[in-house]
Design a protein around this ligand. Structure first.
Ligand code: ADP
Ligand code: MG
Length: 408
């Protein structure tokens, strides 16, 4: 009975497919192709780009606006306009910050510019997703993201925001309430009014729900786009490790523009192998093998170099066919677990895959009910289940690609 209810629930959830990777590897192309294939299968689909350097319209060869525009049956596209989203969702908070800056002698233009906090635009892109998920209008949302670094910042934001809000904000608010009149008088600075706090609280709730949506593998699949080249693969491995660290579900790695593979894309060529250039065929072959090894057990799919730029719905549809064949592009391509907690002798093992990371690069410590893992300047706060909070971590090890902490 319960299983049945769950199945119905899962069917109602909008699927989110998030594409990231190094600049120029083909994120926009493959996002657009995936969205076309999803709509062809009957899913009501929306494809949105969050990269400020929008190129969705170019890839689709259609006009695309800041709100969903229908470009084919069951398929809408949009390029997020950050300023517009800021006005919609952030205006009260922004007004306060710019008012504050003006009071400190900044001129109007500077005050306006700085009122948008770093990362805010990326955060607002994520909130747009929640809006679509809530609306019930779409079965699938494909997210064409900015290059890896910006995407990682974007995905780290909900946690940073939560941390700030929970640990600092509530405290600050309590103190401020009583001290506000005095501070304003003595320091001559305006302090936030209650409606600013309410706006922040709403934003916080949205961010928390967005984090849940993006961490749920039944709802979200993140896909890394790369090329069969050494540096690109390395960067992709790092991206995967960070996504694992944050508990985001990655299901596939798409190796694009492989030289020496036949393309069956009739939109572009018919079973053609694009002529090879020098040693590129051998180089790609070698790195493809490396990628397959590095990303196991994720699905590693290849897309051949096309004889021309795959632009427009017809060409992209053909590209998607090469990529997904008869499979549903919206279904998870690999249903692997990210973080597991299992009972071990005298305690519990918490384990997560962190491929490409060495034990000595990783720092960990407990903070209240959280286990904190840090790799260089990336940090993940894992909120531990109650049972583990009462125990202490007694040993951490890397077994191949899996990192395990034992709690006793
Ligand atoms: N498999 C492919 N074969 C040939 N050209 C491709 C292929 N995939 C993408 N391209 C072209 O490469 C360029 C960059 O792709 P794009 O999707 O815009 O990358 P990104 O969004 O990652 O920056 C575009 O001109 C696109 O048409
Ligand atoms: Mg792009």
């Amino acid at each position: 009975m319960r299983g049945c209810a769950l199945a119905v629930y899962a069917a109602l959830l909008m699927r989110v497919l998030l594409y990231t990777g190094k600049g120029g590897v083909g994120k926009t192309t493959l996002s657009a192709a995936t969205a076309i294939a999803a709509s062809d299968r009957g899913h009501r689909t929306v494809v949105l780009s969050t990269d400020a350097a929008h190129s969705l319209a170019d890839a689709l060869d259609r006009d695309v606006g800041a709100e969903p525009t229908e470009i084919a049956p069951r398929l809408s596209a949009l390029e997020i306009d950050v300023n517009r989203e800021i006005t919609r969702r952030w205006s009260r908070i922004r007004d306060f910050i710019s008012h504050f800056l003006r009071s400190q002698g900044f001129d109007d233009i500077v005050a306006e510019e700085f009122a948008v906090l770093p990362g805010m635009d990326e955060l607002l892109s994520l909130l747009k997703l929640r809006e679509f998920a809530e609306s019930g209008k779409y079965d699938v949302a494909v997210l064409d993201c900015a290059p890896t670094g910006a995407t990682m910042r974007m995905l780290a934001l909900p946690d940073a925001f939560r941390w700030y809000f929970e640990k600092v904000w509530d405290l600050e608010r309590k103190v401020m309430r009583n001290a506000k009149p005095l501070i304003e008088k003595v320091l001559k600075i305006p302090l936030p009014t209650d409606d600013v706090y309410v706006s922040l609280r709403d934003l916080y709730d949205e961010v928390r729900k967005t984090r849940e949506l993006l961490s749920n593998p039944r709802q979200t699949s993140m896909r890394i786009v790369c090329q069969a080249e050494k540096i690109v693969i390395k960067e992709s491995q790092r991206a995967l490790a960070y996504m694992n660290l944050f508990g985001y579900p990655v299901d596939a790695v798409f190796v694009n523009r492989v030289i020496g593979l036949a393309t069956t894309n009739s939109g572009n060529g018919n079973g053609k192998v694009v002529p090879t250039f020098g040693e590129w065929e051998a180089i790609h072959k070698k790195h493809l093998a490396v990628a397959e090894e590095a990303f196991r057990p994720l699905a590693v799919r290849t897309i051949p170099l096309q004889p021309r730029e795959p632009v427009g719905i017809q060409a992209l549809r053909g590209l998607a066919r090469e990529l997904f064949r008869d499979a549903d592009p919206a279904a998870p391509l690999h249903a692997g677990e990210t973080l597991t907690i299992t009972k071990s002798a005298g305690g519990y093992d918490l384990s997560l895959p962190l491929p490409g990371i060495r034990r000595e690069e990783l720092d960990l410590w407990m903070h209240g009910e959280e286990l904190i893992l840090q790799v260089k300047n990336w940090r993940r706060n894992i909120v531990l289940p109650k049972r583990l909070q009462r125990l202490s971590p007694e040993g951490a090890r890397m077994d191949g690609d899996r990192f395990t902490v034992t709690f006793r």
